[in-house]
Design a protein around this ligand. Structure first.
Ligand code: ASP
Length: 346
């Protein structure tokens, strides 16, 4: 007799399970039992479900590196036991967690699906039920005995998106996430239709669970009129190892000497600087304009079409796991788990 499919739900917190605090009126997370009471439908799913709840459920604005490591540990401890994993998570930092996990969980052969909601599950117009139920269905979906999805994904408002390609784009629409540089992996309508051409096949190699990340990263978002004090303050953070330089358009930045000098000094001190666009779609093309050729000459590494979320977490991962800054730079500019598209533009 074939056994029922099984999934482990990891409940970290987020709006999905929040209720209004009677004193302040602010939303705060509650335990899984209260969440579950609002979704009797999950009992009807033909899935063996177990729950792992974080000891303290959190608003995802409080997500820390230690929480990502905990998630990896929980998945590692339970990897053999379940067909798939659904992480209930606040939407605010969901794209960061999904990106971090995509680097920390290497050679997946099972799905890790993050979901949550914009309205709490107890609210009449909630988006939580559809998100949660479809995420569970996808997490146990198999074909020819193998998991249909073997990737870290975000399921939200009828779309299954590649985790390390996704950003939160709306705080008010149910359709809160977008992966502008990568097509949706699946769309849920009357049926769930998978985009077969981009689905990652389950890895046949042993899954590796990486637990080291280095927090010594900064984001330097440039803007017209920024001062040298602003740039220098960021680049002189004690212990800083890598910087995500968020540039204009296709990777362009001011060519004023004080700015280039500040970048040159940081690089000379062994800080790795990577170039990511502030645009929500498209790619960095270093050298296309005169305003980016100098960045290329300085040894700033192109992040191509990577999201800020993927760039930050990839640097945390590489700094902690590579032997030298040269290796970090070399690994950063190549895709590790489809988080970037290499583009030869000239
Ligand atoms: N502040 C909430 C969180 O990220 C928002 C949400 O869940 O949608 O936990």
């Amino acid at each position: 007799m074939s056994r029922k499919p099984s999934a482990l739900i990891i409940y970290t917190g987020g709006t999905i399970g929040m209720v209004k605090d009677s004193l302040t009126g602010s939303l705060m997370p509650v335990n899984f039992e209260r969440l579950k009471a609002n979704i009797p439908e999950i009992e009807k799913l033909d899935i063996d479900l177990d729950i792992h709840t974080f000891s303290t459920t959190i608003d995802s604005s409080n997500m820390q590196i230690s929480d990502w490591i905990r998630l990896v540990e929980i998945i590692e401890e339970n990897y053999a036991k379940y067909d798939g994993f659904v992480i209930l998570h606040g939407s605010d930092t969901m794209a960061y967690t999904a990106s971090a996990l995509s680097f920390m969980l290497e050679n997946l052969s099972k799905p890790v699906i993050l979901t949550g909601s914009q309205l709490p599950i107890g609210v009449l117009r909630t988006d939580a039920k559809e998100n949660f139920i479809t995420a569970l269905e996808i997490a146990v979906w198999k074909e020819a005995g193998l998991s249909k999805i073997s990737d870290v994904c975000i399921y939200f408002e009828y779309h299954l998106l590649k985790g390390n390609r996704t950003s939160k784009i709306s705080s008010s629409h149910f359709n809160a996430f977008e992966s502008t540089n990568f097509p949706a992996i699946a769309e849920a309508g009357v049926q769930i239709s998978f985009n077969e051409t981009i689905i990652k096949k389950p890895s046949s190699k042993p899954t590796l669970f990486h637990k080291n990340l280095d927090p010594n990263i900064a984001i330097l978002k440039i803007f017209p009129g920024m001062t040298s004090q602003y740039v220098k303050a960021i680049l002189s953070i004690p212990g800083l190892k890598a910087v995500v330089l968020e540039t204009f358009g296709s990777g362009n930045a001011p060519t004023q000497e004080w700015f280039l000098e500040a970048l040159r000094d940081a690089i000379a001190q062994g800080i790795c600087i990577v170039n990511i666009t502030q645009c929500s779609s498209g790619s960095v093309l270093q050298g296309k304009y005169k305003t980016s050729i100098e960045l290329e000459r300085l040894g700033i590494v192109s992040g191509y079409d990577m999201t800020t979320e993927a760039s930050v977490t990839k640097l945390m991962f590489l700094i902690a796991n590579c032997n030298s800054i040269a290796e970090v730079k070399q690994q950063f500019s190549r895709p590790l788990c489809e988080e970037l598209t290499l583009l030869n533009w000239n």
